[in-house]
Design a protein around this ligand. Structure first.
Ligand code: ATP
Length: 238
């Protein structure tokens, strides 16, 4: 069996008195694409933020490569290969595309290879190349999503966590984003994908987890889940 890269046990996260995540367990193995699906407010974003160290956790543990990363901040985690593409993209709007990509490589100092990786991002997203000197704030939502993904790839992650990359995008852009997620995975990056677009997220994944009101209610092989009548009724509008 593949190595466990990420292991979440008994995770609880609260905002003041509100328990958003109520004790969940899940794991992601090396080379997998795992999708965490569930409706609005289920606790998916909270879970992602807890893993990447941007929210404190109340109970439980998060292990990365067999060691607890509880309490570590995003900076430390990126250095160890755990990168996140946040919900709402979070690009630096007053910086150009090139500068955003360079920021993604802030943990590295191998200059020639950084340039080669920028070129690689431009091959994946030719639109970003065309606009390389434009301020990121002038890009469309879909282009900003591309930039956020490109920026995360610049850290050469082992694991990429993506929070709702398809949210609010036009259908053609959604196609492109899912295609790129699949390509990144095919190149050997392990992916944890949070999505409300359950059918697309399960269609490209190896395994899936369903989250509802702060707990995981279902898990298994992604294709099996995609055909499960309960999942179809609750999340695929059937
Ligand atoms: P979405 O698809 O909207 O991102 P989600 O599954 O990611 O949904 P979360 O954003 O993790 O869900 O929210 C889980 C619960 O925590 C919700 O009830 C939400 O209202 C609450 N919550 C989220 N952020 C905060 C906050 N900053 N302060 C208080 N409550 C919050």
């Amino acid at each position: 069996m593949a190595k466990t890269l990420l292991k979440v046990t008994g995770l609880k996260v609260a905002y003041g008195g509100i328990q958003a995540v109520k004790g969940i367990d899940f794991e992601v193995h090396e080379g997998e694409l795992v999708s965490l699906i569930g409706s609005n407010g289920a606790g998916k974003t909270t879970t992602m933020k807890a893993i990447t160290g941007s929210l404190p956790i109340n109970d439980g543990d998060i292990e990365y490569l067999g060691k607890s990363i509880r309490g570590q901040g995003p900076w430390d985690l990126v250095k160890q290969g755990l990168a996140m593409v946040p919900e709402g993209r979070g690009v630096f709007t007053r910086m150009t595309i090139i500068e955003n990509l360079q920021m993604g490589a802030y943990i590295r100092n191998d200059k020639p290879e950084i340039q080669a990786d920028i070129d690689k991002v431009f091959t994946i997203f030719p639109r970003l190349k065309e606009r390389r000197d434009q301020l990121a704030g002038t890009l469309s939502g879909g282009e900003q999503q591309m930039l956020a993904m490109g920026r995360a790839l610049m850290s050469r992650p082992k694991v990429l966590l993506m929070d709702e990359p398809s949210m609010g995008l036009a259908p053609i852009m959604v196609d492109k984003i899912f295609e790129v997620v699949r390509d990144v995975y095919a190149q050997g990056v392990t992916v944890l994908l949070v999505e409300q677009n359950a059918s697309r997220a399960l269609a490209i994944a190896d395994r899936g987890y369903v989250m509802e009101s702060g707990i995981i209610t279902m898990s298994g092989d992604a294709k099996t889940m995609l055909h499960d009548p309960k999942v179809r009724a609750a999340y695929l509008g059937e």
